[in-house]
Design a protein around this ligand. Structure first.
Ligand code: ADP
Length: 499
């Protein structure tokens, strides 16, 4: 039996002992097809759980439940204050179950347990609390009119902010719980109802979150969770005629597929997609901080971060020193099981991702890049690769242009400060950027020039529920987090009354 596999911690065995089900209309049910799929521990390649393989038939049921909860209530009939209190409670329950949720993330995704608890779980709890506060603060405006073809006309005009309705949310595997929180938080705060599909690689914590939503008092049908594959369950959500909006986080490639599928009923679409973010180190930077920051920018979460600093631009005079410094950090990193307290970097999430990253490493080295740290997979069970620093990388190489989504940074020197903005922007992505300098004027100038949704100065990967996050160019549409995220889930209705 799966749950007794050596890699499943004692604390999760009973939860994983039987195949996990779908949450539809407040009930935990098997997929209509009866099918399940295996979930793997990326550190051991062992099966750790089975989850229901939801598909179009289950999505139909979930959408019907979400529609009923939206149209008939009780969600839509509750006051904003009542909704806010329930959302706050989800945050409390996440915090109360932090150890269990962190263990789920480590088991399912591979990330170090300490990181899962301090980052993923803590940020998820905070996201619900932040959004709970917004529920009572969604307001329209009163608008003075001047209608030229109604001389002397007097009008009272105002806007109402209304929830968009039933939303489909499709999320990735790199931060399974946190991505669910980023999606559910604003949708719940605005009064929408939801069909959420976690990634097939990492469904476990979202299933547990569904239970916590129920415990917090989320009414039946408001949060529905359909585990399953992208091509079946995901595609059914993107194309569904009775879904009013789809929110997707994942690859740019799949984002484009979602967009096309959504065209059928012109549902609203927001996309949080890939990146190839520049991290720029000027020669006047505090080098110790910049070197540690550049390493963290790419190695955090095994490099499986859409905003990872994967193109490292270093001013020529300090290039060797910075590359050597980041390489030393990479070479000394303890790579292993996320449950080992000493581990700094865990495995990649899946066999597929492992093959992808290994493919990019080979392509980069074949094209003439040189590994000053790492450069290869690690020969042991599980999906481990070495933290890698590639130098002699040039613009046209796939390792510089494409998102690798692994612990691989391409380091490139720059001479001319006037040209660094165009080099930084020389990519089809625009998610994030890093700038390291002691010169604040230089930092602000580049921050303005760089085409990226988030710019970190003398820091990297700082996320907060209040700080909007999202992409320029092919990194996406719309913003997650902050009050900007609420707009994704609201319609504006103008009401005009003749006095
Ligand atoms: P990755 O390539 O990093 O695994 P994806 O973009 O493929 O990331 O996956 C992100 C999410 O999108 C997952 O939940 C996945 O199941 C889903 N997905 C993948 N393909 C499709 C599709 N054709 N339609 C809808 N969702 C999809």
């Amino acid at each position: 039996p799966i749950a007794t596999n050596s890699s499943v911690p004692e604390s999760l065995r009973s939860f994983l002992a039987t195949p996990r089900k779908l949450l539809i209309g407040g009930q935990w049910v098997e997929a209509k097809s009866g099918k399940t799929f295996d979930v793997f521990d990326p550190a051991t390649d062992e099966v750790i759980a089975q989850a229901a393989a939801g598909d179009a038939a289950d999505v139909d049921l979930a959408v019907a439940a979400a529609r009923k909860a939206f149209d008939a209530g009780p969600w839509s009939r509750m006051t904003a204050s009542q909704r806010g209190q329930i959302i706050w409670k989800i945050g409390d329950l996440i915090e109360q179950n932090a150890d269990e949720l962190a263990a789920m993330e480590t088991l399912d995704n591979g990330k170090p347990l300490g990181v899962a608890k301090a980052a993923d779980v803590a940020l998820a709890a905070d996201m619900f609390r932040y959004m709970a506060g917004w529920a009572t603060k969604i307001e329209g405006n009163t608008i003075p009119l001047n209608v030229p073809y109604v001389p002397g006309g007097q009008f009272h005009a105002y806007t109402l902010k209304e929830p968009i309705g039933v939303v489909g949310q499709i999320i990735p595997w790199n931060f399974p719980l946190l991505m669910a929180a980023w999606k559910l938080g604003p949708a719940l705060a605005t009064g929408c109802t939801i069909v959420l599909k976690p990634a097939e690689q990492t469904p476990i914590s979202a299933i547990r979150l569904g239970e916590l939503c129920q415990e917090a008092g989320i009414p039946d049908g408001v949060v529905n969770i359909i585990t399953g594959f992208g091509e079946t369950a995901g595609a059914a959500i993107a194309a569904h005629d009775d879904i009013d909006k789809v929110a997707f986080t994942g690859s740019t490639e799949v984002g484009k597929i979602i967009l096309k599928a959504a065209a059928g009923n012109l549902k609203k679409v927001t996309l949080e997609l890939g990146g190839k973010s520049p991290n720029v180190v000027y020669d006047d930077a505090d080098l110790d901080t910049a070197i540690a920051g550049a390493a963290d920018a790419i190695f955090f979460n095994q490099g499986q971060v859409c905003s990872a600093g994967s193109r490292l631009f270093v001013q020529s005079g300090i290039y060797d020193e910075v590359v050597a410094g980041v390489s030393e950090i990479a070479n000394n990193m303890k790579v292993g099981s996320g449950f080992d307290a000493a581990t700094q970097m865990g495995p990649l999430v899946s066999r597929e991702q492992f093959d992808r990253v290994a493919g990019y490493l080979k392509a980069g080295l074949d094209a003439g890049a040189e590994a000053s740290a790492g450069g290869a997979a690690i020969d042991r069970p599980g999906y481990f690769v070495q933290p890698t620093v590639l130098k002699n990388a040039t613009t046209e190489m796939s390792i510089v242009q494409e998102e690798i989504f692994g612990p691989v940074v391409a380091a490139m020197p720059f001479d001319n400060e006037a040209e660094i903005a165009s080099q930084a922007n020389d990519t089809s992505f625009g998610l994030a950027a890093g700038i390291w300098t002691r010169d604040i004027s230089k930092a602000h100038k580049l921050a303005k020039q760089v085409k990226a949704g988030t710019v970190w100065v003398n820091c990297y990967s700082i996320f907060d529920a209040a700080l909007p996050f999202g992409g320029y160019k092919q990194s996406g549409w719309g913003r997650e987090m902050g009050h900007a995220a609420l707009e994704n889930y609201l319609q504006t209705k103008s009401v005009c009354v003749s006095l």
